[in-house]
Design a protein around this ligand. Structure first.
Ligand code: DLZ
Length: 158
């Protein structure tokens, strides 16, 4: 799987459990939509490539990454998911919003996961620049949406 120095999209399909009977939720932030759409495309394609049925992929949009934990909690309340993927992109600006949003989202996602006992995957890019985000949303470092989907398939088995 991906590390700091490898491609986020590289995985060995022999090591990935089939998603045949999995029901997967994806919560997507609309902020930095150019990036999060690419993450979503990567995640959906990877789930389909690993036998998840299209009808078993449920997509929920939220306004920004800060809302991802709430979005995950809300859809888990409505449907029995095997895993939920949160996709977002937070880009460093001139103010401290970056730190507050990143911390809140990371802790929020972990809290939802532990509270509900459903794996909730952190598919959020936290970059200094838009260029770095592009490189990780289908660019030279692959696509974090792919990595998040593989993580969801692995965690769904636990
Ligand atoms: C407000 C804000 C800012 C400045 N930057 C980002 C960002 O880079 N990525 C992102 O996903 N969301 C951002 N937001 C929006 C917040 O996540 C949130 O939607 C608003 O603060 C409303 O709660």
């Amino acid at each position: 799987m991906a590390t700091a120095l490898t491609n986020l999209s590289s995985y060995n399909s022999d090591e990935i459990p089939s998603g045949e009977k999995n029901i997967i939720g994806i919560v997507v932030s609309e902020w930095n939509k150019e990036i999060t759409s690419a993450l979503l495309d990567g995640a959906v394609k990877t789930l389909l490539d690993n036998q998840v049925d299209e009808k078993d992929i449920y997509i929920q949009y939220v306004p920004g990454s800060f809302e991802l934990p709430f979005g995950a909690d809300a859809i888990i309340d409505k449907k029995k998911f095997d895993a939920v993927i949160c996709l977002g992109c937070v880009i460093q600006g001139e103010t401290r919003h970056f730190d507050f949003i990143c911390d809140s989202v990371a802790h929020g996602i972990m809290n939802v996961s532990l509270k509900t006992s459903i794996p909730v995957v952190f598919g959020v890019l936290t970059t200094n620049t838009l260029e770095q985000a592009k490189e990780r949303a289908g660019g030279k470092y692959g696509n974090k949406g792919v990595e998040a989907a593989i993580t969801a398939l692995k965690m769904a088995q636990i």
